[in-house]
Design a protein around this ligand. Structure first.
Ligand code: NAP
Length: 292
């Protein structure tokens, strides 16, 4: 990848690299996606996190095409949706995503949810291995798995390079992060800002005031300091730009300890252990949430 030198990179167990700071597009309406992604590229982001279920892959593809960047300049993550799980269906779903994104390959392809009730995630994992062998995806990983579900992939002899999980100061996932690290799997934080809900927390605001930065920058700098890959989403140009400055923030040990000990709250999304939370009828996040 041709990533500007000032960007922090993390290295996967397969030797490939990923920009630690990415841009998430979940919940961005298709007609707002190209603009938001172009703003991210203009700002300097070189990593986009999308998924079939976000229904904006085509627009992410348009942004890639119209950005003036080459395909090798950008790291693109896609995700296999629940209803596409299975061997042949996963192969087809990935090919469809490539077509929508108008690209020959994905840098990273994840199983979006384990969905144990479906009982197909091992077959899906075999499909991801096949996709990697065919060169259609460079690296493969999982999202929203339990440690036991990850361990059940062992017969394939291929370890996910990434585990993408809900992770923010109010759900700090200490145990899952440690389990991932023990297995050589990088942790990627979804909803890294807690969807903006607790961003005005007093402890975060105090650290922001101490450094003269925004609350979101504090939270993102915490993630980066504890080695999480982050993919904050925003449709607001000013926020997209400000969030990207987080790697320049140096928090103190006291700051990190304060952020790492915030009161832990409820999950914003589903629990991988419970399984069947991304049911097909919940095709967007609002209905997904209200159904919880
Ligand atoms: N694997 C999974 O199951 C899964 C699940 C959920 C999300 N994800 C991925 O993770 C990405 C990020 O998660 P997310 O979108 O749920 O939540 P998030 O990034 O934690 O938060 C996004 C929210 O925070 C606001 N925001 C962003 N920057 C801000 C700032 N500087 N100050 C104040 N508010 C700010 C945004 O508002 P505006 O947009 O209005 O500016 C938006 O409402 C997604 O886009 C997706 O790529 C993956």
């Amino acid at each position: 990848m041709n990533i500007p030198e000032n960007q922090p990179l993390k290295t996967f167990s397969d030797g490939k690299t990923i920009p630690q700071m990415g841009f998430g597009v979940c919940g961005i309406a298709p007609d707002a996606t190209e603009r938001a992604v172009l703003t991210a590229f203009e700002t300097g982001y070189r990593h986009v996190d999308t998924a079939t279920i976000y229904k904006n892959e085509k627009e992410v593809g348009s942004a890639l095409k119209n950005s003036g960047l080459t395909r090798e300049d950008v790291f693109v993550t896609g995700k296999l949706w629940n209803t596409d799980q299975g061997f042949e269906t996963a192969l087809e779903a990935c090919e469809k995503s490539l077509e929508l994104l108008d690209t020959d390959y994905l840098d990273l392809y994840l199983i979006h949810w384990a969905q144990p009730a479906l009982g197909k995630y091992r077959q899906s994992w075999d499909a991801l291995i096949e996709l990697r062998e065919r060169g259609l995806v460079k690296s493969i990983g999982v999202s929203n798995f339990t440690t036991e579900q990850i361990d059940s992939l062992k017969p394939s002899r291929v370890t996910p390079v990434v585990h993408q999980i809900e992770l923010h100061p109010y759900l700090n996932q200490q145990i899952q992060r440690a389990d991932n690290a023990d297995r050589g799997i990088l942790t990627e934080a979804w909803s890294p800002l807690g969807q903006g809900k607790d961003i005005n927390d007093d402890a975060v605001a105090a650290i922001a005031a101490e450094h003269g930065i925004t609350n979101a920058q504090v939270i993102l700098a915490w993630h980066l300091a504890i080695d999480n890959i982050v993919i904050p989403k925003s449709v607001t140009a000013e926020r997209i730009r400000a969030n990207f400055e987080a790697p320049q923030v140096h928090l103190t040990v006291d700051n990190l300890m304060a952020l790492g000990s915030r009161p832990q709250g409820e999950r914003l999304g589903g629990d991988p252990a419970e399984g069947d939370l991304g049911a097909p009828e919940y095709s967007d996040r609002d209905s997904f949430r209200s159904a919880k």
